[in-house]
Design a protein around this ligand. Structure first.
Ligand SMILES: NC(=O)c1ccc[n+]([C@@H]2O[C@H](COP(=O)([O-])OP(=O)(O)OC[C@H]3O[C@@H](n4cnc5c(N)ncnc54)[C@H](O)[C@@H]3O)[C@@H](O)[C@H]2O)c1
Length: 287
């Protein structure tokens, strides 16, 4: 199926980036929706700042930023946003009730041929599909932060997603310059978070048990596994609360073996969440 217009729901951290890459790399017309004007304004400001950075690095020619911005249509009304879209990418907050309600509403207003994809990190694609009358046209399209720079998209097949839906979403991801992997079964954490988050949890355990100092844990993984940063610093960037929430999803949805370490729980209890609270494993107040 040919996709001409994409609707992105949510102009936050992920939504604004997804909107930008679709307009910038794929040449798509993109309707961008948020629930309040100030959130839309904030999303558009982030897009403009990012385009300026591309321009100053010589990666975008003069005048191209304006053309990209012309293809982006900020909106508040959901019906208007989705009624002419061929693909809807949902990037609203990670809350199952909110996402289910959003899928139900989108299903009412979107054309019958339209595909509805979710950028969720942990919510069941199959469950979101069941909130619609078109589960075969629902799948996961999981970008990484920041979507403008991160190469990967995990395309996730729900139990009822059709092969045509998956192929169309893979094609769109390629057209916007991404590499893809196919997650053949809808399973918590998909591929990346199922491997990453237990590793972060284990780093928290090593630290808590006093097996090694913070800097040695991070140095070991940077130099031993060639990660660009160590797991404790990465936890500070993601937020210990988010790492704990995903660990919980893996434990409940897959196997008790994924249980959170006491060390990770303690960081959250102490509000040592990382960058967002100014203190985690590292001190961020000066940075
Ligand atoms: N932050 C990450 O690193 C990351 C990475 C991959 C996937 N995700 C997933 O992406 C999704 C969005 O996360 P985020 O970090 O961008 O969150 P965010 O809070 O930065 O942005 C969400 C935006 O959605 C808006 N919103 C709320 N209800 C809405 C509605 N009904 N319609 C349209 N917009 C609505 C909010 O006002 C907000 O601007 C989540 O499912 C998250 O799990 C996040």
């Amino acid at each position: 199926m040919e996709i001409k217009r994409i609707a992105v729901l949510g102009a936050g951290l992920m939504g604004h980036g997804i909107c930008q890459v679709a307009a910038q790399n794929g040449g798509y017309e993109v309707n961008l929706r948020d629930i309040e004007q100030r959130f839309l304004d904030n999303g558009m400001a982030m897009i403009k700042r990012s385009l300026q950075k591309f321009q100053s690095k010589g990666k975008l020619a003069e005048g191209q930023a304006a053309e990209i911005l012309n293809r982006i249509h900020p909106m508040l009304d959901l019906k208007e946003t989705v009624s002419d879209a061929d693909l809807i990418v949902e990037a609203v907050p990670e809350n199952v009730e909110l996402k289910t309600a959003t899928f139900r509403e989108v299903d009412r207003f979107a054309p019958t041929h339209a595909i509805i994809a979710s950028n969720t990190s942990s919510i069941s694609i199959t469950e979101l599909g069941s909130a619609t009358n078109r589960p075969e046209k629902v799948c996961g399209m999981h970008f990484f932060n920041p979507p403008q720079l991160m190469k990967l998209v995990e395309v996730v097949k729900g139990t009822k997603s059709s092969d045509e839906t998956i192929q169309t979403v893979l094609d769109v991801a390629h057209k916007i310059g991404k590499e893809t992997v196919l997650v053949k079964k809808d399973c918590p954490g998909f591929i990346v978070n199922r491997i990453l988050v237990p590793a972060l949890n284990e780093a928290a355990a090593l630290y808590w048990e006093g097996i090694a100092d913070r800097d040695d844990i991070d140095k070991a993984i940077k130099l031993g596994l060639n990660w660009p940063m160590g797991p404790l610093m990465l936890t500070d960037y993601i937020g210990a609360d988010t790492v704990l929430a995903i660990t919980d999803v893996l434990m409940k949805g897959i196997d008790p073996k994924f249980h959170p370490s006491p060390g990770l729980k303690q960081m959250v209890k102490a509000r040592l969440l990382g960058r967002k609270t100014g203190q985690g494993y590292y001190d961020w107040t000066q940075k």
